[in-house]
Ligand binder design. Structure first.
Ligand SMILES: CC(C)(COP(=O)(O)OP(=O)(O)OC[C@H]1O[C@@H](n2cnc3c(N)ncnc32)[C@H](O)[C@@H]1OP(=O)(O)O)[C@@H](O)C(=O)NCCC(=O)NCCS
Length: 165
């Protein structure tokens, strides 16, 4: 398994993985078409890749994608669910169902924290829904802390200070 930077051509991949984040519990809460039709969800990846976007794709030995992580800045008047500030990128991530629990998410998150540091970001944010214990545990282990709440989700923040990824 290895990582590469997410590029403009990854929009289709990221859109599919965004749908997977909505359907994290296993049931199809929303189809791809429904996610694309909802601006407050689709804006997480729409128009990828903007100049300030960054992210990573995990690949297997045959270069097939296993999952990805993406980070985007949102303006104050169009915040993401995990919004903290217009200068703190918000993360999204998903791993293909058959490859979860094998270390792909950990690798992606560590890599993206390093990308954010390199880009000079002071912090990262994200949103995690109640019940998504796998994602929450992953984030907590990487020093994300709850700083807010939107609906049935916590907003988590990771300061990019002294802690290693
Ligand atoms: C959340 C997600 C990205 C994690 O990726 P992953 O590749 O499955 O995770 P990893 O195998 O790297 O495991 C990372 C950590 O997650 C936790 N974890 C993984 N599988 C777990 C399980 N079955 N039960 C509890 N915790 C688990 C552990 O803390 C693990 O760290 P450890 O191995 O050091 O103990 C992935 O499960 C996923 O795509 N879920 C659906 C979409 C989603 O929820 N996205 C996040 C939205 S906020």
């Amino acid at each position: 398994m290895h990582l590469r930077e997410a590029v403009t051509d990854d929009l289709d991949l990221l859109t599919g993985l965004l749908v997977d984040t909505v359907n994290w519990a296993g049931q199809t809460r929303m189809t791809r078409a429904q996610v694309i039709a909802l601006p407050e969800l689709h804006h997480c990846v729409a128009g990828w890749k903007r100049p300030t976007d960054f992210g990573l794709v995990a690949l297997d030995d045959d270069e097939a994608p296993l999952g990805a992580i993406w980070a985007r800045l949102f303006p104050d008047d169009d915040p993401g669910y995990g919004f903290i500030s217009h200068d703190i990128p918000e993360l999204g991530m998903a791993v293909h169902p058959g490859r979860r629990g094998t270390g792909v998410g950990r690798l992606l998150l560590r890599g993206c924290i390093e990308q954010a540091r390199t880009a000079g970001c002071s912090a990262l944010s994200l949103s995690v829904e109640d019940g998504n214990h796998v994602a929450r545990t992953l984030y907590e282990r990487h020093h994300f802390r709850v700083v807010g709440r939107t609906g049935a989700s916590d907003t988590m923040r990771r300061d990019l200070g002294a802690q290693p990824a």
